[in-house]
Ligand binder design. Sequence first.
Ligand SMILES: *Cc1c(COP(=O)(O)O)cnc(C)c1O
Length: 400
Amino acid sequence: MSASDPKQGFATRAIHLGYDPHDYHGALIPPVFMTSTFAFQDIAQGQRRFLGEEAGYIYSRVGNPTVSVLEARLASLEGGEAALATASGMGAITSALWTLLQAGDVIVADQTLYGCTYAFFQHGLARLGVETRFADLTDPSRLDGLLDERVRVVFFESPANPNMRLIDIAAVSERARRRGVLTVVDNTYCTPYLQRPLELGADLVVHSATKYLGGHGDLIAGAVVGAKERIEAMRFFGVKEMTGASISAMDAFLVLRGLKTLELRMERHSASAQAIARMLEAHPAVARVHYPGLDSHPQAALARRQMRLPGGMIALELMGGYDAGVRFMDALRLVTRAVSLGDCETLAQHPASMTHSTYTPEERQRHGIAEGLVRLSIGLETVDDLLADLDQALGGVPPA
Ligand SMILES: *Cc1c(COP(=O)(O)O)cnc(C)c1O
């Protein structure tokens, strides 16, 4: 039972949808159902549940009441029919794709992907006979030459890390749909408050709820959202039998808590990032700033069309290359040196010395990772404090 109306505003649904306190002794907050299994009244009920003739819970790998509230909320916020919450973003991506694909199938993916997604496509799926064709999907017409009868899925992120390039979700989805191919969008960077790929024509959205949805750096979780039949296939095949990547009730509870402030947080992340991007762009130690809210972004018009706000992620390139990147990172005092994103704390990572340090400089260049590139996830601290810390850290970096 739900006290809320699906036509209510984003924040109202993020706070109320899918839960009525009067179903649970008036408890304001959804209880955390810490139970692995669920008792049947009699054998006939157990049978009906297994046959899918009666709604209800069986075992928490497949469904749990706390998790169901989260799934109802995520489905509504993304504008989808149903959602499946998972143990991690990678759990969402692997559970979704193992369900959609079999040996001999092909995925077309954008060339710029989250590192583990790239590894899963390039190594994990390849080992089981699924081929991935990587392409630069910022030009949607590139798809046409790649879609043949073996292609089942087009997969991309927008904005894509590290250079914050955007992909035109409506244009790519339309081209894929015409060929009977499903479009899957990783919407982690935007969240449904900034961008709703399903409304633009995509078939499935995947998330790392570890990031903005949870929003507090205290959990690992993920989700898939889309048509009910497909989501249920992912639940009963992808998660139940293939990956086992189900979310715990406690983590579902924490994501629910995060979702309540998602709108407020995304507004603040974006406003602060916009101010910081402008400061960085004007700074002599900075060669380039990649941020969809700047007029200098090559796809600023697309950003305005498909994103409500430009979001909290910024990439900057320092004039002095690798050494400047290291000096800048080490000079930060308030901003935290860490991977991940979407937290209250502002985080900085330098791919050349951190996530991509195992690459040779030539490999980094091939993947578009400049030696002086730094990625910032702008948090919710007082923006003047962030501006001051970034400015003092830039003061110590060697010029070009
Ligand atoms: C972090 C991240 C993932 C993986 O999510 P986990 O929750 O860490 O498993 C996938 N895609 C993007 C864009 C991410 O940032």
